[in-house]
Design a protein around this ligand. Structure first.
Ligand code: FES
Length: 163
């Protein structure tokens, strides 16, 4: 792990307000997730308890604590999306991506990655655009009013190939 990169990120944030959030965002942009060894390093370097860093990281649903694939697909499981068919979208995405349904953990929070590491699939809380329910997000892009029949075309935008 190259901690020089982490040092450069930390050096960018001199102002204490919003510092932790900014640092964690930049770390995620660099590694695509928040590696544990980097979290430990940042904790020591800033003299901030590791638990405080993880409190921030777990509060915001856009942080990934596990490595993710090239594209991260998040299915909103908030109330509006749930009643408009989010569970069915999730099942269909698992099927299309070839991810085993049984790999989903009991707590409902998960990140499942395809064996080629091209796609990761996760659930998320409300994205704040409930009027467009059901909603999925791929990387930074939001898709609203998603129907099961739309999914193959959406996935193809990211290089998915039908098997
Ligand atoms: S419940 Fe899905 S965007 Fe709000």
């Amino acid at each position: 792990m190259d901690f020089k990169v982490v040092d450069e990120i930390i050096d960018k944030y001199k102002d204490p307000s919003g510092r932790i959030l900014g640092i964690l965002e930049d770390i995620q942009d660099t590694y695509n997730y928040l590696p544990k060894e980097v979290m430990v390093y940042v904790s020591k370097k800033l003299n901030v308890p590791l638990s405080s860093l993880y409190s921030v990281a777990t509060f915001y649903s856009f942080f990934n604590l596990e490595p993710v694939g090239e594209h991260l697909i998040s299915v909103c499981m908030g109330t509006a999306c749930h009643v408009k068919g989010a569970p069915e979208l999730l099942e269909s995405l698992k099927h299309l991506l070839g991810i085993d349904v049984n790999e989903v953990t009991d707590d409902g929070k998960f990140v499942l990655t395809t064996t080629d590491r091209k796609f990761s699939l996760s659930s998320a809380r409300c994205f704040g655009c409930c009027s467009m329910a059901p909603v999925i997000r791929i990387d930074d892009r939001i898709y609203g009013y998603v129907k099961i029949k739309d999914l193959p075309a959406i996935l193809k935008e990211y290089g998915w190939k039908e098997k």
